[in-house]
Design a protein around this ligand. Structure first.
Ligand code: GLN
Length: 544
């Protein structure tokens, strides 16, 4: 009988519920369980694919092509498993399905209502997340905060499930924030008490409270929360803000969370084997070198927009025993200021993915600076496309070369739509999405990085390298080093006469894991460190 752990949030959102859920998943997997994690997102959008990064942060893409919440990235990185579209559900998807059934006549004669029709569909999806991974433990995280109007059907469905299951097959974990009052220098528990009360209005009594805080939480506060919320003191877990999210599983294990879960769910006695994870965190804490990396994008004030890229860089840095000094660079800054002023002292340049034409010329300036200055460069999706445009314009004699996304009338459309995509005018769900195989060309940097001839990486884009103009680019030294198995689509490009300049049409960040960095990220950082090292050796390192 599978076990279900429901994770809800109280007081405010963004307190790290996703990290707590992912961390518990990791710990339970380390005890030998098969774990699946489901994110329930209360918004009415069908998926976050069409939401602004300002609203939502990054869109995480699963191997089976679902556009999902960034928490799915945490789940995959912490669990080290590939999740599926069954691991992410929104209110929009639930209603879409119920309305489809109603139109089909499945409920003929009935009035469609939140209870039971919507809650039944939610429960069906919770069970699908179990089946997708044949899990013996399913963690279900409800997005947002208890009390949000749009989250109510999810809590109602959870309450029904808890009622139907045996007490030892389910538990509830509530993650809250203890606000700090500067004037009196104290942490307050009242908002936690209120949110537990709100949760109880759905018939859900939490078994564990994870109290997040930026300051140490004393025993007496835990006792107070215990008393007011009817939770054992040992099950009130104080989680202070950690230096790194990767420390959280170790912290929760030390705080006894897996023992509490094991007791309540009557799990067999087992030790959590977190040695590998501990080693990663140890290396993360003790770097022996530094590389300065510029991330060029258009949402740089919002690091969540490039979350998986940031994490993939951390994995690659830890692999090399290095700390990365990340410089977030707005591509529009490179349109008004010379690159040497903005990114003159970096050891590597990563060009982020993106849509639309804002800041594209700044991106091209960054590519040119990397190519001419022999600075290691990783182009991520749009970063590959801009690398090809820059090369076409400034090396291959194609002035005005561009992607037709930005300039439909460019004389040299080196990046364009596939013929079968022309005429598609819906924006939702019309992209090349998810994992595709890629054949690597022997003797290239890409093949060297992966150490394989066939790899699988995840895509999210519409435009492609235009094969009609590719021969001219190749004559001038651009190497197409990765291809779709049918030989029709260029997936990776690189430059021969450069220390390390590689662009991928896919998003390599989605397959990077702690202790298993994505090979392109790993070798990009390796090249950047080499540059940093030789600059230091020749005394050429910038004072910054
Ligand atoms: N806008 C480009 C395309 O649709 C690149 C997308 C991306 O960087 N993810 O092809």
């Amino acid at each position: 009988m599978p076990k279900y752990i429901f994770v809800t949030g109280g007081v405010v959102s963004s307190v790290g519920k996703g990290i707590v859920t992912a961390s518990l998943g990791r710990i339970l997997k380390s005890r030998g369980h098969r774990v699946s994690i489901l994110k329930l997102d209360p918004y009415i959008n069908v998926d976050p694919g069409t939401m602004s990064p300002y609203q939502h942060g990054e869109v995480y893409v699963t191997d089976d092509g679902a556009e999902t919440d960034l928490d799915l990235g945490h789940y995959e990185r912490f669990l080290d498993d590939n999740l599926t579209r069954a691991n992410s559900t929104s209110t929009g998807q639930v209603y879409e399905e119920v309305i489809r059934m109603e139109r089909r006549g499945d409920f003929l004669g009935g009035t469609i209502q939140p209870i039971p029709h919507i809650t039944n569909e939610i429960k069906r999806r919770i069970r699908s997340a179990q089946q997708a991974l044949d899990a013996d433990i399913v963690l279900v995280e409800v997005g947002g905060t208890v009390g949000d109007m749009e989250g109510q059907p999810f809590l109602e469905a959870i309450s029904q499930m808890r009622h139907a299951l045996e007490p030892h097959d389910t538990m509830s974990i509530h993650v809250t924030l203890l606000p700090y009052i500067g004037a009196t220098k104290e942490l307050k528990t009242k908002p936690t008490q209120h949110s537990v009360r709100e949760l109880r209005t759905f018939g859900i009594q939490p078994d564990v409270i994870v109290a997040r805080s930026d300051f140490p939480v004393g025993q007496s506060l835990r006792e107070k929360i215990s008393l007011f919320c009817n939770v054992d003191t040992e099950a009130v877990i104080a989680l202070e803000t950690a230096d790194s999210i990767y420390e959280v599983p170790l912290y929760l294990e030390a705080a006894g969370l897996s023992q509490i879960v094991a007791r309540q769910l009557e799990l067999p006695v087992a030790e959590a084997d977190l040695e590998d994870w501990r080693g990663f965190v140890q290396r993360l804490r003790e770097p022996s070198a530094t590389a300065r990396i510029a991330l060029v994008g258009k949402y740089v004030e919002l690091h969540d927009a490039y979350l998986s890229i940031k994490e993939a860089l951390i994995h690659a840095g830890v692999h090399h025993g290095a700390k990365l000094d990340l410089r977030w660079v707005h591509s529009e800054d490179l349109e008004s200021r010379p690159p040497e002023e903005v990114i003159g002292d970096v050891d590597g340049i990563l060009l982020c993915p993106g849509f639309g034409d804002r800041g594209l010329e700044g991106k091209i300036a960054a590519v040119r600076y990397a190519r001419e200055g022999l600075i290691p460069y990783l182009g991520d999706c749009l970063g590959l496309q801009m690398m090809v445009c820059e090369f076409a314009r400034n090396v291959a004699g194609m002035p005005g070369a561009n992607t037709t996304e930005a300039d439909p009338r460019t004389p040299f459309p080196v990046i364009s739509l596939l013929s079968e995509q022309r005429g598609v005018d819906e924006l939702g769900g019309t992209m090349r999405l998810g994992g595709y195989d890629c054949r690597l060309v022997e003797g290239t940097r890409a093949a060297e990085a992966y150490g394989a001839s066939n790899v699988r990486e995840r895509h999210r884009h519409r435009y492609e390298v235009n094969n009609a103009l590719l021969p001219v680019l190749q004559e001038h030294g651009l190497v197409a080093s990765g291809w779709s198995p049918d030989g029709r689509l260029v997936e990776i490009c690189e430059l021969r006469d450069h220390p390390w300049m590689v662009g991928a049409q896919f998003h390599p960040e989605f397959t990077s894991r702690p202790n298993r960095p994505n090979p392109l990220f790993r070798d990009f950082i390796g090249a950047a460190l080499e540059r940093a090292g030789s600059a230091a050796a020749t005394g050429a390192v910038a004072s910054a």
